[in-house]
Structures are given as structure tokens and as C-alpha cells.
Design a protein around this ligand. Structure first.
Ligand SMILES: Cc1cc2nc3c(=O)[nH]c(=O)nc-3n(C[C@H](O)[C@H](O)[C@H](O)COP(=O)(O)OP(=O)(O)OC[C@H]3O[C@@H](n4cnc5c(N)ncnc54)[C@H](O)[C@@H]3O)c2cc1C
Length: 390
């Protein structure tokens, strides 16, 4: 493995850190309270810095850099005081790779370029009320009628849907070919007649990221809104998930670092039984153990990024990295909050926000158990066809 980051990456890191400190953190509490951040405002600023099109082609406004730069952005955004913003930016970034890779020039000019500039908020339209882990089981259909697709169905838990401008929709476009070859990805502008967004969902965490169901009632979009080839939507989406998984993994690791930093800070000053809490070996050993686990997962994630930059299939490594981040996210913030005593039960304490926010990585973009399915499949232990989100 070569040197993943150079001094220019570090410059980018400093620039994203400034963006987080100046444009996000001062507003985090208010946005959390409001249940949403003003995404167009935030995305426009992120777009100006080039953060939304790091590895996208320059002809559509991207910086044309490789995925290692995307990871630097995700890591730094992951330090934000409210996880919802990095989460929303991550969803946006994970909604556009298929369009960037397989869309026609016309479609990319119309939808990718504004998404990269931060003028448009993009959504991922995969999950449905009855099909989350098992993507092959989605029911939304798009059938051809004249020059249009006519779309019917619904999507569930769609990040940024209330403020979304377009959705990368996975729909069944054929009754034939089986569940892995009958789906296509279609760009659907959210203001198309027949698209409606339900009330924002009340979530455990990520409060400044608004999430909602989306309904499609005889929605008509031109056939040219198809991304790539008809029938390849499932495969494109699975490819797109590798991006989402690595982004989710490193964003989460930054949040976990933050949980440890806050815990060391608190236990280093809080005294009980004549010494600081941190002076108890059981506490600093636990924290050192957590930090060690984070570093192992980070190394694995970097290995996956290195492989991705080299053009290799990273399904196995990205799934392992995301799984391990998910496992840590379920355990570590709760373990840290314990050392805050009563303060670790207070809503406004950042450790409890981390506890609420970070656990989404164990479910979103493929649940931990689904990652284990993918890993077993990648290792050749089970039939490749059996796994969803794989
Ligand atoms: C805040 C939030 C934001 C989201 N944003 C988006 C978005 O923008 N776009 C989008 O398309 N989706 C989004 N999702 C949906 C998310 O991807 C799904 O919730 C996730 O994939 C799990 O699907 P499910 O909820 O239907 O759970 P189910 O598929 O019903 O699974 C429930 C649980 O069963 C277990 N399980 C599932 N399969 C297996 C198996 N084979 N073996 C063992 N155990 C298993 C897992 O523990 C899993 O968590 C979001 C979800 C949340 C909560």
C-alpha cells in the first residue's frame, strides 16, 4: 500500500475543518432543535469549496481527484458537532456516483452539475417500507408509456427528501429477468407532478438531517432520465453502495474519535475518591482499547480506499470496514457515556448526541448483519445470489 495522503490532502483537510468550524458547528444546536439544516445554504457553501464533486469529472464542475480525497472530506465532516450534516452530505455524495459514471452527457449537465455546485440536493431512493435489506424485493415500478417512464410506488426513510431536488430512484422496469436484472436507476425531479413527500420522520438521532417517505403516483419523467442501461439498476446501486459504506465508515470513525476525546477531557477533570476518573486504570485501559479498535478499522478503511483508487473491487474490504465501524458505533459511545455518570444521560451533552447519531451506521447503507452476509458471500461461503445490498 502506497502513501494514501500527501501534503495537498492535508491542505484539503484543513480547509474542510475550517468549513466545519465556521459554517456548521456554530449552528448545530439550532439545526438539531429545528429538526433540519438549511441544506441549500449549506450545500452551496460546500459546493463552492468543491466538496461535493471531489472525484467527479471537471466538465461537470468536479475536481477530478481520486477517492482518497473524498475520504479526507468525509473524515473531517465527521467531526462536526451534529452528525446530521455529514450524514446528509454523505447521502448526497452517495446518490450521484451512478449518474456520474453511467449517465448521458445531457443528464449529467442537467442533474449532476447542479448537485456538484451545491445548487441541487440529491436523494438516494432505494429503501421501501417492505424492502430495506432485501433491495431485490422493492415494489416501485416504472413502465414505459410513449416517451415517458410512468412511476408508481413509494420509498421510505429517504434522507433529505423534504428539501430534495431530485432522487436517484431504483425501480422495477420489467416483470422479466429476475430481481437482479429487472431494475433500473432513474433520475426523478422531486417537483414532478405526482411526487409527494410525507411528514419528516421523528428519529432517534441525526436530528438536523430530515428524513421522510416519498410517494409516486403516476409520475411521468422522460425516458432519457434513465441512468446507464435499462436492467442494470441493481448492479449500479450495489456499486454505489461501496462509496456510501466507506464514507459512512470513516465519518463514523471521526465521531468515535470525538467520543473518546470528550471522555478523556471529562474524566481527566472529574474527581471521585480522591483522584480523577481517568486515573482509574480500568477507565484508561478501556479508552485505549477503544482507540486501538478505531485505528484498526481506520487502517482497513484506508486499505479499501487504496484498492478503490487502484481500480479494484472493494466490496469485501468496504463491507468489513463498514461492519466493524457499525459494531463500534453500537458499543463505544455507550461505553464512553457511562463514564460521564449522570451527565452521560443528559440530552444536551455531546456524548449522548454521538450515542444517538453514530448508531445509524449499523443500519443505513446495509445493516451489520447484511454486511456479514456480503462478507460470507465474498469469501465464497454462500451462494452469491442470496445476498441483498451486495
Ligand atoms: C436515518 C435513516 C436514513 C436513511 N436514509 C436512506 C436513504 O436516504 N435512502 C434509502 O434508500 N434508504 C435509507 N435508509 C434506509 C436504510 O438503508 C434501511 O433502513 C436499512 O437498509 C435496513 O432496512 P430495513 O429498515 O428495511 O430493515 P430490515 O430489512 O427489515 O431488517 C431489519 C433488521 O433485520 C436484520 N437482518 C436483515 N437481513 C438479515 C439477514 N439476512 N440475516 C440476519 N439479519 C438480518 C438486521 O439486523 C436489520 O437491521 C435510511 C434509514 C434510516 C434509519
Amino acid at each position: 500500500m502506497g502513501q494514501l495522503f500527501n501534503s495537498e490532502h492535508e491542505e484539503m483537510r484543513r480547509s474542510v475543518r475550517r468549513f466545519v468550524q465556521q459554517e456548521l458547528d456554530p449552528f448545530a444546536d439550532a439545526w438539531e432543535e429545528a429538526g433540519a439544516a438549511p441544506l441549500h445554504e449549506v450545500f452551496a457553501k460546500a459546493g463552492q469549496l468543491g466538496l461535493l464533486g471531489i472525484n467527479k469529472p471537471p466538465e461537470y464542475g468536479g475536481l477530478g481527484l481520486d477517492f482518497s480525497w473524498v475520504i479526507v472530506v468525509a473524515e473531517e465532516l465527521g467531526r462536526a458537532h451534529a452528525g446530521g450534516i455529514p450524514f446528509a452530505i454523505g447521502a448526497h455524495a452517495s446518490a450521484i456516483p451512478a449518474l456520474a459514471n453511467y449517465g448521458t452527457d445531457e443528464l449529467r449537465q442537467e442533474f449532476l452539475a447542479p448537485a456538484i455546485q451545491g445548487d441541487a440536493v440529491a436523494c438516494i431512493g432505494v429503501s421501501e417500507e417492505t424492502a430495506g435489506s432485501d433491495v431485490s424485493g422493492i415494489k416501485t415500478t416504472a413502465r414505459k408509456d410513449g416517451g415517458d417512464w410512468v412511476i408508481n410506488g413509494s420509498k421510505m426513510w429517504i434522507t433529505s427528501a423534504p428539501q430534495g431536488d431530485w432522487i436517484s430512484l431504483l425501480a422495477n422496469t420489467s416483470a422479466e429477468g429476475g430481481p437482479y436484472h429487472n431494475k433500473s436507476l432513474i433520475v426523478v425531479p422531486m417537483n414532478t407532478p405526482g411526487v409527494s413527500v410525507g411528514a419528516p420522520l421523528r428519529k432517534l438521532g441525526m436530528h438536523c438531517s430530515d428524513t421522510a417517505p416519498v410517494f409516486f403516483d403516476n409520475v411521468r419523467v422522460p425516458l432519457r432520465h434513465l441512468i446507464g442501461e435499462e436492467g442494470k439498476g441493481f448492479a449500479y446501486q450495489m456499486e454505489q453502495f461501496q462509496h456510501e459504506r466507506l464514507w459512512g465508515c470513516v465519518r463514523t470513525l471521526s465521531g468515535l474519535d470525538e467520543a473518546i476525546r470528550l471522555t478523556v477531557e471529562y474524566t481527566g477533570t472529574r474527581r471521585a475518591f480522591g483522584k480523577t476518573l481517568l486515573e482509574n486504570q480500568v477507565i484508561y485501559h478501556r479508552l485505549a482499547d477503544y482507540q486501538s479498535q478505531i485505528e484498526c478499522v481506520r487502517s482497513l478503511a484506508y486499505r479499501a480506499v487504496d484498492a478503490m483508487v487502484a481500480g479494484e473491487d472493494v466490496t469485501r474490504l468496504a463491507s468489513i470496514a463498514k461492519y466493524m465501524a457499525g459494531k463500534l458505533a453500537l458499543e463505544l459511545p455507550s461505553g464512553c457515556a457511562q463514564y460521564f455518570g449522570g451527565q452521560g444521560y443528559m440530552w444536551e451533552n455531546r456524548i449522548t448526541r454521538l450515542l444517538r447519531d453514530l448508531r445509524i451506521v449499523a443500519v443505513g447503507g446495509g445493516a451489520n448483519e447484511v454486511m456479514l452476509e456480503v462478507i460470507a458471500k465474498e469469501l465464497g461461503w454462500i451462494n452469491r445470489r442470496r445476498t441483498e445490498r451486495a
